[in-house]
Design a protein around this ligand. Sequence first.
Ligand code: ATP
Ligand code: MG
Ligand code: MG
Length: 366
Amino acid sequence: MAHDLEPIVRQFQFGGAARRIEPHGCGHINDTYAVAIGPEDGPARRYILQRLNHQVFHQPEQVMANIEAVTRHLRRKIAAAGGDPDRETLNLVPAVDGRSFYRDGDGNYWRVYAFIGGARTYQVVESPEHLYHAGRAFGKFLRMLEDFPAARLHETIPDFHHTRQRFERFQQALARDSAGRARAVGAEIDFVLSRAADTAVLVELIAAGRLPLRVTHNDTKFNNVLIDDATGAGLCVLDLDTVMPGLSLYDFGDAIRSGATRAAEDEPDLAKVSLDMALFEQFSRGYLAEAGPVLTPLELEYLPFGAKLMTLECGIRFLTDHLEGDVYFKIHRPGHNLDRARTQFKLVAELEKHWDRMARLTGEYR
Ligand code: ATP
Ligand code: MG
Ligand code: MG
């Protein structure tokens, strides 16, 4: 047992002593532990203890306020729909002072969730059905939160998907060329510049009030869905740190960006990077089966564009960091951010190539 965690564990309302605390899962952002509570010779209750990464989240109390409000709402909606609120949403365990987190003497923020058993996350998509069930889980997440006042949530990462602003920062980095790398990446720069108009589209639709503000997850990777061992279906959406007001298109788009390809985000061999339309189709079908009825006609129309824009935005961020000399994203080899930018641009090109098919698939619900 990691003894230094015992004083932390004592700060939460467990109703018992910890008999085991061990590292759990393979998240990259927070530190995650599994905690077993109860006597050595009796049954244990399990929990997830997490230390929030406050390098990434500068406003941990706002992050926790968002999670508290959203999970409370989900609990109510799941119960009303006859579901199991103990397994279909994360459930916070309060600290002894009643708050949803504990702040230790070093300024670390800790939180506890009830452990959801009989289910697991997968690091890689093993079958197309996996993405169908992920689609359903994220679609249901949107639908259940349709009546939550999204504007009440804190914008914990301001302008997270303000793609126009991301593009303007890219232009500044290009003008400065502080690492002297611009000349060598002319093709990538042209790729972005020729799509400059795209970066303003959603921002303008929001300003015109034409797209509804929704509760968005903002990290819709496949490994943030708990898959039920017994049924194979998506059980619960995890990792709510980036829940914010936003567009459905962000969540759909980022799920496609990260999930509808078999290639790694930093694959150096672009021949291996392609959009897998079977995966696109599975995710879309699952997502629309749940969220289809609540999405507006304009949201439905813009789903393929959302996928393209989230992928382009991600590529722009990687290319910007490459131009600035790798100051933001951690790199593990020279040119790493450039490789990452290139995979994203390749996917953008693939999305453009498959446009009609994507539009047909998502259009079935209009
Ligand atoms: P990421 O790198 O995706 O940002 P993270 O560091 O934010 O990850 P989480 O995704 O919140 O961490 O959790 C890490 C892992 O812990 C999950 O993938 C899941 O396997 C497990 N986990 C988290 N919460 C629970 C829970 N309530 N019940 C069971 N397992 C959980
Ligand atoms: Mg995660
Ligand atoms: Mg996370």
